[in-house]
Design a protein around this ligand. Structure first.
Ligand SMILES: Nc1nc2c(ncn2[C@@H]2O[C@H](COP(=O)(O)OP(=O)(O)OP(=O)(O)O)[C@@H](O)[C@H]2O)c(=O)[nH]1
Ligand SMILES: [Mg+2]
Length: 305
């Protein structure tokens, strides 16, 4: 049986294989996406982001269980879980997420470091794989920092930002841009001292935000507000479904632009690397036989071929 029909049945082995193809095998990834593209773009994508160790995985674990009880079929993609200091986080994630794994939530770590063709490319297509396998919502966990984060925020429908009172840099992180992206802000580890002050600080920082996001205090230890949070998410999912078709159109527009830009960049890079065309015109410019504008135009014509 071929991979896409195994995927359709939600077979775990097939999902793992398909995502590996997406990550490592450009040619076959393209073939696979061709088969499954048609009905994609319907599942709601929820992003959990925030500083390392804030409790994202623990929260996702409990939330997935609740979401399942509410009749949905969640899957989780953890992005670059080894990218921060503690390392070994993949194992940590597996341990912390075992509960939801046992209940049938699919969890997968994907690396974006060194990924070819852009970070979002592999995330977008991994989402398509999970969607084809019947999952909705698809939860993306990422440590809130840098370019990856910006790219992820273009892909998700609902953004949950998680803070905790134990990271000294929390307020710094709040200032550093996370205030703009959240639909829901979580002050996790509310069982620990400092949670109320942090809650207040978050409220102060995002109080004027246009999105008018919600702020909740949770604890995965005492399970405080977990059910409330999940119900809220479920409600938001229903709302986002209504506009998903339009959102998907815009996303496809930016994806197509990304791919075209990327293809052009590859072409240009390989032209620079191979030397022939570029150095031919460069020499003519350097010997003043050709001006730079004419040379650039000729090079562009060459690239169009
Ligand atoms: N006291 C307390 N500890 C928590 C709570 N939630 C998570 N933790 C602990 O905080 C640590 C980090 O939790 P994770 O869920 O792995 O946090 P994370 O944000 O996914 O971390 P990274 O993926 O490594 O960035 C673990 O030791 C958890 O047991 C909470 O509500 N209260
Ligand atoms: Mg984690």
């Amino acid at each position: 049986m071929d991979l896409s029909s195994e995927l359709k049945k939600g077979k775990r082995g097939a999902i793992a294989k398909a995502i590996s193809i997406i990550e490592n095998d450009k040619k076959n990834a393209r073939k696979l996406i061709k088969k499954i593209f048609k009905n994609s773009g319907k599942s709601v994508i929820i992003g959990f982001t925030g500083p390392a160790g804030a409790g994202k995985s623990s929260l996702i674990n409990l939330t997935s269980l609740h979401l399942k009880k509410l009749g949905t079929k969640p899957a989780v993609l953890a992005i670059d879980p080894t990218s921060h200091i503690t390392g070994g986080a993949i194992l940590g994630d597996r341990v912390r997420m075992t509960e939801s794994t046992d209940s049938g939530t699919y969890i997968r770590s994907i690396a974006t470091r060194g990924a070819t063709g852009g970070v979002s490319n592999s995330i977008r297509n991994s989402i398509r794989i999970l969607e084809y396998a019947g999952f909705d919502p698809i939860i993306i966990e990422s440590v809130g920092a840098g370019q990856t984060e910006v790219e992820i925020s273009k892909i998700v429908d609902i953004t949950v930002v998680v803070f905790n009172p134990h990271t000294g840099d929390s307020i710094q992180t709040i200032k550093a841009g996370l205030t703009e992206i959240g639909d829901i802000y979580i002050v996790n580890k509310s069982d620990l001292p400092g949670a109320s002050q942090l809650f207040q600080a978050v409220q102060d920082y995002i109080g004027d935000s246009e999105k008018n996001p919600l702020i909740l205090k949770t604890s995965t230890k005492t399970k405080k507000s977990i059910a409330e949070f999940t119900n809220l998410l479920k409600k938001m999912m229903t709302e986002k479904k209504k506009t998903k078709k339009e959102t998907e159109k815009l996303r496809l527009e930016s994806e197509l632009k990304d791919i075209v830009l990327n293809n052009m960049k590859e072409k240009i890079d390989s032209m620079f690397a191979s030397g022939n065309t570029f150095s031919k015109y460069l020499k003519q410019v350097q010997s003043k036989k050709l001006d730079p504008f004419d040379a650039a135009e000729k090079i562009s014509k060459y690239l169009e071929k």
